[in-house]
Design a binder for this molecule. Structure first.
Ligand code: CA
Length: 226
């Protein structure tokens, strides 16, 4: 397993690198987002540890650039504060998971291993609920004839809903299915994303497919028309 560490603080970078080497993993360090793009273009990495605070291009921009250049290596984002906005920005830029600084090295290692274990995503067929369709292979979403643009995590959340239509899902269920990692229940990140999904897949079409079930969570309904 070969890991790319993107961090400008030398102390932190070498701490992570030494830890990974101790575990028998290979690790390279890039000191900037620009350098990370060069490294990722030259080597096949199994995972990227990407700090948000970087000189020049920040971690969000770097992650977005990696994805737009076709690099789908799992990215573990390191954020300085536990802010919902940071998580949303990180996940939207295409990061797969995040860790708040300061963290325990054992946790970084566990998250990295989990990301790599997940492997290549499967390619299932198009999901259809009412006039809403979602194609996991091409990542296209349509309501009737209208194409809908979703961010990576909005897409993941909608996919989680569509696979379990009619079932009440708690925020925790949704975090598990759409984010693949456990989260504290008090987190309101799911509510933020549900609001954004509604604004894209329901409101412009006069639909109410994403129901709030008070005290329980959310339910995606097959009958979408208002
Ligand atoms: Ca940094």
């Amino acid at each position: 397993m070969r890991v790319l560490i993107v961090e400008d603080e030398l102390r932190m970078a070498s701490l992570i690198r030494r830890g990974l080497l101790r575990e028998g993993l290979a690790a390279d360090v890039a000191g900037s987002g620009e350098e990370a793009l060069v490294f990722a273009g030259a080597h096949e990495y199994d995972a990227v540890v990407l700090d948000v605070l970087l000189p020049g291009m920040n971690g969000f921009e770097t992650c977005g650039r990696l994805r737009s250049e076709g690099v789908w290596t799992p990215v573990l984002m390191l954020t300085a504060r536990d802010a919902v906005e940071d998580r949303v920005a990180g996940l939207d830029s295409g990061a797969d998971d995040y860790l708040v600084k300061p963290f325990a090295f054992a946790e970084l290692l566990a998250r990295l291993r989990a990301l790599v274990r997940r492997g290549e995503p499967e390619r299932p067929s198009v999901l259809e609920v009412g006039d809403l369709s979602l194609d996991p292979a091409t990542r296209r979403v349509r309501r009737g004839a209208s194409e809908i643009e979703l961010s990576a995590k909005e897409f993941a959340l909608l996919e989680a809903f569509m696979r379990r239509q009619g079932i009440v899902l708690s925020r925790f269920d949704l975090l598990e299915h759409a984010w693949d990692f456990a989260y504290e229940n008090r987190s309101n990140i799911v509510d933020v994303y549900v609001r954004r999904l509604r604004a894209k897949i329901d409101e412009p079409f006069g639909c109410h497919s994403l129901e709030t079930v008070r005290g329980a969570g959310y339910r995606f309904r097959a009958q979408a028309a208002a």
